[in-house]
Design a protein around this ligand. Structure first.
Ligand code: NAP
Length: 248
């Protein structure tokens, strides 16, 4: 099927509790709004509180279920931070029906010969360590769901490496592998793990990677939402350990 042509039911995510990382901007912001408008109670994660507050108010204003805000700096988050996150979600909701691991950073576009190690570490921390540690901490809550979907944001350079994509490309290869391992180790039939590659999308990250490109030539985050909804909702419950392209 063409994911971009998927037509979700209006109440596809009704009664679901879904955590979205990097929900303050870009694709994550659009996904949070879209999931909320399809009935989900969304937990808005990010590092910039005022951005999260703006989207919180927008969701409330649209009459969607009341969201929650969860600030956490992923570059420095500790195991203890993830335990506290799990405790907060346990006391507030008692279960989790989905995670969209969307937060990410580009790092620098440089050859590996010149790639700064501190930037390498930061990219790995945000793009790879954070979704690993967060998923690990939240597994007990996901296992309490009747049907849960964990989605990792990947990239074309997470499947085929390209010069100058450095730590970003390596982190996304890692994300693809991690997703497959979680999927293969999982013993809960109602829980699944998949990757999504948004493809070139009109966001701040894309503009940083391609400063000379005209953003108006690119698809918007809104255009990706059929695929993001499909993978989060139960119409894709047969998919586990797969990696899809949102623009296909
Ligand atoms: P974006 O516009 O740069 O947004 C990234 C989000 O991640 C922002 O909300 C940002 O928060 C958050 N974030 C970054 N570092 C963080 C940290 N240390 N702690 C907590 N939150 C952090 O990016 P995007 O283009 O929407 O990309 C979303 C995902 O799609 C990423 O995983 C990216 O790799 C992937 N992707 C994008 C494209 C594309 O063309 N756009 C293509 C392939 C893959 P702030 O707003 O507070 O900075």
């Amino acid at each position: 099927m063409k994911y971009s042509e998927y037509q979700p039911r209006p109440d596809l995510l009704k009664n679901k509790v879904i955590l979205i990382t990097g929900a303050g901007d870009g694709i994550g912001r659009t996904a949070a709004l879209s999931y909320a408008l399809h009935g989900a109670t969304v937990v808005l994660h990010g590092r910039t509180i005022n951005k999260l507050e703006v989207i919180y108010d927008e969701i409330e204003g649209l009459g969607a279920p009341q969201p929650a805000i969860l600030p956490l700096q992923l570059s420095s988050a500790s195991t203890r931070d993830y335990e506290l996150l799990a405790d907060t979600l346990t006391s507030q909701f008692g279960r989790l029906d989905g995670i969209l691991h969307n937060a990410g950073i580009l790092g620098e576009r440089l050859p590996l010969s010149d790639y700064p190690t501190d930037i390498w570490d930061e990219v790995m921390a945000v793009n790879l360590r954070a979704p690993f540690a967060m998923t690990q901490a939240l597994l007990p809550l996901l296992e309490k769901s009747e049907a849960a979907s964990v989605i990792f944001a990947s990239s074309g350079v997470g499947r085929e490496a390209r010069a100058l994509w450095g730590a970003y490309s390596v982190s996304k290869f890692g994300v693809e592998a991690m997703c497959q391992i979680f999927a293969k180790e999982n013993t809960y039939p109602q829980l699944r793990f998949n990757c999504i590659n948004p493809g070139a999308t009109r966001t701040a990250m894309r503009a940083k990677a391609f400063p000379n490109e005209d953003p108006l030539t690119l698809p918007t985050s809104e255009m990706l939402m059929p695929a993001y909804l499909y993978l989060m909702g139960e119409d894709s419950k047969h998919l586990n350990g797969e990696s899809i392209n949102a623009q296909d």
